[in-house]
Write a new protein. Structure first.
Length: 456
């Protein structure tokens, strides 16, 4: 008799791929995968522990599931990912209801862990060195909508930013072999995926460890030329590894989204140095200029950090003016989190919480104005959107995304309901044309252009 398994995946899309691999392995072995964690006999909680808030979300989720276990003591809870990799036995001591811990280098052992948990009342701990390498041997069970999927192209990181734990939690940078990635990409696309999103801790470095030079350009060029792929994008492009030939391919291949996710963190040279980020403010500006000059219509997204130890008001002023000058199309801001075990956490010049929050709000207020102005420029434009489903807002029918918006991260386009027969035939994943009529701070509103059937 096989058992019912559910999963909760927390954190980034890279974590989601790990969850899908574990579910794929279990499904292939005959376990029944359920979409509701409450209906599972075995619950996998794949956690994030990148920063304090992520740790707290993981702990809160585990505690919530423990409450369900108290009502049904036969239920098993397996905690996987970064939280057990970081805290291991402390986690079991704090939450004894957990049945097993599985680290970031042990996902391929999920069957043996589930088997052991079902057979024994002993706690199971599998926390090894984070050196897991996907050789394409493991199946995946997609948890995203069927029209888009993530493709993890590498694991770990060697950048060793002074505020970051990824190197300790995920190990050194390890690229997956190109032929295996192409095989997986082909399978996903043949299975109905229209939008493929490449992810890694540093996508622009892909292939350097295997092939002695970065191979992201070659990888996306080949995928973009396949007939059935509609959109191709990549996230987490470390700015100081950005190959010049990659710009040419993005500009020249119509299926590659004109969307660049470029986490910059800061613009002050002194803060960049303290963060152990390679490159300078001059190089950052040069790269942004190259992207905008050579990729028509490109939209650039970045993430910035405020309140890093030693950040002066002058450092923040430089960052504020930089955002005002560059006018990013998409921007996220987070406050520095002091993480034990990182060099930055040892510094004595920590910034008070109230100053970090004040800088965060000032920067987000500025970006809100820029985003609204950018969106207003789109009024009157005809844009293709990928339909995600019915809108939750009463006055609209469908909601979707443009190529300039990554799922779960960026804005949406709300389509006014016309109640035509052709609108009833739309399904999630269809591509439709919309004329933008209104702009909000982060979202757009439009009307469908009636020009025949939706693209499927």
């Amino acid at each position: 008799m096989k058992h019912y398994v559910g999963a909760i995946s927390l954190g980034c899309p890279k974590n989601l791929v790990d969850t899908e691999i574990m579910l794929g392995i279990l499904s292939q072995a005959g376990y029944h995968i359920v979409s509701s964690e409450k209906g599972s006999e075995i619950l996998i909680i794949n956690t994030c522990a990148f920063i304090e808030s992520a740790c707290q979300e993981s702990l809160d989720t585990i505690q919530e599931m423990v409450e369900y276990k108290k009502k049904d003591p036969q239920r098993k809870i397996i905690v996987t990912g970064c939280l057990p990799q970081r805290y291991s036995r402390d986690l079991l001591r704090k939450i004894p209801e957990i049945d097993a811990l599985l680290g970031t280098g042990e996902y391929h052992r999920i069957i043996s862990v589930v088997t052991a948990v079902l057979k024994s009342k002993k706690k199971v701990i599998k926390i090894g060195l984070p050196l897991y390498r996907d050789e394409g041997k493991f199946p995946r069970l997609l948890t995203t909508p069927p029209y888009y999927a993530y493709l993890k192209i590498a694991e770990g990181c060697d950048n060793c930013c002074s505020y970051c734990l990824i190197h300790k939690l995920r190990g050194p940078y390890r690229s997956w072999k190109k032929e295996l990635l192409l095989m997986e990409a082909r399978n996903l696309i043949e299975g109905g995926v229209k939008e493929l999103i490449l992810v890694a801790q540093d996508t622009t470095r892909y292939g350097e460890d295997l092939y002695r030079r970065p191979q992201l350009t070659e990888l996306i060029r080949e995928i973009a030329r396949w007939d059935k792929i509609y959109w191709l994008r990549f996230l987490y492009a470390y700015p100081f590894h950005f190959p010049s030939n990659l710009i040419e391919v993005i500009a020249g291949e119509s299926k590659i989204c004109k969307y660049i996710d470029l986490p910059l963190q800061h613009i002050s040279d002194s803060i960049l140095k303290a963060m152990n980020r390679r490159g300078t403010s001059t190089e950052i500006r040069k790269l942004i200029s190259q992207l905008r000059q050579n990729i028509p219509g490109v939209h650039i997204r970045t993430t910035l950090m405020v309140g890093f130890p030693g950040e002066t008001e002058e450092d923040f002023r430089q960052l504020y003016n930089f955002v005002k000058e560059i006018r990013f199309d998409r921007l996220g801001v987070f406050t520095y989190s002091r993480e034990e075990g990182t060099p930055a956490a040892e510094r004595q010049d920590q910034i008070p919480l109230e100053i970090k929050q004040e800088r965060y709000h000032r920067l987000m207020e500025l970006q809100g104005k820029i985003s609204l102005e950018n969106n207003r420029k789109k009024i009157g434009q005809d844009l293709e959107i990928m339909v995600e489903g019915k809108s939750g807002r009463r006055e609209f029918g469908w909601v979707g995304r443009t190529q300039y918006d990554a799922p779960g991260i960026d804005g949406l386009v709300y389509v006014r309901e016309k109640k035509k027969a052709e609108d009833n035939k739309i399904v999630p994943g269809d591509i439709i044309k919309v004329r933008i009529t209104e702009a909000e701070v982060y979202d757009l509103i439009g009307e469908r252009i009636s020009d025949g059937k939706a693209k499927r």
